[in-house]
Write a protein that binds this ligand. Structure first.
Ligand SMILES: [Zn+2]
Length: 144
């Protein structure tokens, strides 16, 4: 499954859908309609997509290193300029908004609330993110 790759692409700010159970044809139709790039580890599906003239990327396996692979995709497709780190929710692909802590009283643990002035909040699922130590690690992985 390429779910971890999807999460990394969202962290990079790409509008990324992730399909598990949908049938191949509806995925292809959606890619065409929404001008999406298809990423799959399934060679047959990849060939089918190419036959439909879709912009498609074949992942070497289901368990690629998500960071390495996402970086490679971004470089190969020359999308570096399009990255907008931390603008999308890695969980649901919703757009994130920076919100001042005064509007989030009671929504995050007081310990965290006191240490951060702004929080990133997902407009879709409401998940709240803040700059923890993991953010530095993510930055490092994105920009090294
Ligand atoms: Zn979300």
């Amino acid at each position: 499954m390429l779910g971890r790759v999807a999460r990394v692409l969202r962290l990079l700010g790409f509008d990324t859908l992730y399909f598990r159970d949908e049938d191949d044809l509806s995925i292809l139709a959606r890619c065409i309609k929404e001008k999406r790039i298809l990423i799959t580890a399934d060679r047959e599906f990849f060939n089918l997509a190419k036959g439909w003239n879709l912009n498609a990327v074949l992942a070497p396996s289901e368990d690629v290193n998500p960071w390495e692979f996402a970086r490679k995709v971004v470089e190969d497709l020359k999308l570096r300029e399009c990255t907008r780190p931390f603008s999308r929710c890695p969980k649901c692909n919703g757009e994130m908004e920076m919100i001042h802590r005064n509007r989030l009283v009671g929504f995050v643990h007081p310990y965290v609330w006191h240490r951060h002035e702004y929080f990133a909040v997902c407009r879709e699922c409401g998940q709240i993110y803040w700059e923890g130590t993991h953010v530095d690690r993510i930055r490092e992985k994105l920009f090294r």
